[in-house]
Ligand binder design. Structure first.
Ligand code: HEC
Ligand code: HEC
Length: 298
């Protein structure tokens, strides 16, 4: 927080505390110095009236106590920007200290497991390393890929053998470190609506879908060889170097219904896997990659 807002909060807090104190003392003074009176405040409802008694002494003292506590707290622990309080405590400082402690405590453990190859990390005796990878996966990856890594619409399943970019240890590590950017062009303008329908029929015939319009599919095949084969391969089995999916296996990133496939062809797709090289150390990426690799080895 900037110094201005620190001062702003401090001044308002002080003003409120002083205001409450003044109110407390002012109302006490105006009341008779006795614990009980027969006087009422003058209003009455259903025969019930309110005595004009001062606050009980214990209550008044508790009020004063909270005022003193408030002032003490403000002096010791504000932790706001430049006003660090007499103890110099800040929440950011405490967090940094705890992180430094954790780093110190876990560094040898990370170093031990990160020195192993991803294949060696699959061995039962290195289960702890894999568990560490699993926890880091939960923190960093599960928002997109699901807590079990099974993915969702637009987010690939990491537990199957169907890979956009490749499922060997080195490729998984490259994907996590540098991120990936899927680039499926939009073909609506090139093919027209009929052309999109033809190609979609052909694409769905590749995974033996029932109810294919065979004439449309034949026309689509010609278009596919001209426009799509460069990335998806002449047989539609995909090209991992480009992240172009296999279209013959009935595993779909963006859904396999006729509507979803025509939508993909018409409008294109651009899935983004964020790079993690600035977010996670190489030791951590090694353990997460080992965990991801383990998911498809069962
Ligand atoms: C913001 C969402 C998001 C987060 C966070 C994310 N991913 Fe991804 N990931 C994606 C998307 C989207 C793709 C597919 C990219 C594409 O369509 O080309 C992907 C692709 C991948 C692939 C390639 C799959 C294949 O079939 O080749 C791997 C491996 C992967 N992610 C692992 C991870 C790991 C491990 C983490 C955590 C460190 C992570 N991802 C975090 C969205 C995310
Ligand atoms: C420049 C390379 C390239 C060309 C050309 C290309 N694609 Fe793609 N296609 C991709 C990539 C990359 C993806 C994955 C997009 C992503 O990950 O977000 C993809 C995804 C798809 C998908 C979605 C698959 C799924 O699992 O949901 C379909 C369907 C598809 N393409 C069909 C076609 C058709 C039909 C053509 C020709 C008209 C075509 N593609 C041309 C690269 C290409």
């Amino acid at each position: 927080m900037s110094a201005f807002w620190s001062a702003w909060v401090t001044v308002i807090t002080l003003a409120v505390i002083l205001g409450c104190t003044w109110l407390l003392l002012a109302t006490r003074k105006s009341q008779p110095h006795q614990e009980q009176t027969e006087e009422t405040l003058g209003h009455e409802f259903d025969g019930i009236a309110e005595y004009d008694n001062p606050l009980p002494k214990w209550w008044f003292q508790m009020f004063l106590g909270t005022v003193i506590f408030g002032l003490g707290y403000l002096a010791l622990y504000p932790g706001l920007g430049n006003f660090q309080g007499l103890l110099g405590w800040t929440s950011a400082g405490q967090w940094e200290e705890e992180m430094a402690h954790a780093e110190e405590a876990y560094k040898p453990l990370f170093a031990k497991y990160a020195a192993l190859s991803i294949e060696d990390l699959q061995k039962p005796e290195n289960e702890t390393g894999l568990k560490m990878g699993q926890r880091m996966f939960a923190n960093n990856c599960s928002v997109c890929h699901g807590s079990a890594g099974t993915g969702a619409y637009g987010f690939p399943n990491l537990t199957d053998k169907d890979w956009l970019y490749g499922g060997d240890p080195a490729t998984i590590k490259t994907t996590i470190t540098g991120g990936r950017q899927g680039a499926m062009p939009a073909w609506g303008a090139v093919l027209g609506e009929d052309g999109v329908r033809d190609v979609a029929n052909y694409v769905l015939s590749l995974s033996k879908r029932e109810g294919i319009d065979t004439e449309a599919s034949a026309r689509g095949q010609t278009q596919f060889q001209a426009l799509c084969a460069a990335c998806h391969g002449a047989n539609g089995t995909g090209t991992q170097a480009l992240g172009a999916p296999n279209l013959t296996d009935n595993t779909w990133l963006y859904g396999g219904s006729f509507e979803q496939v025509t939508h993909t062809i018409r409008n294109g797709r651009a899935g983004v896997m964020p790079a993690h090289k600035d977010l996670l150390s190489t030791d951590k990426i090694q353990l997460i990659a080992a965990y991801v690799y383990s998911l498809s080895q069962k």
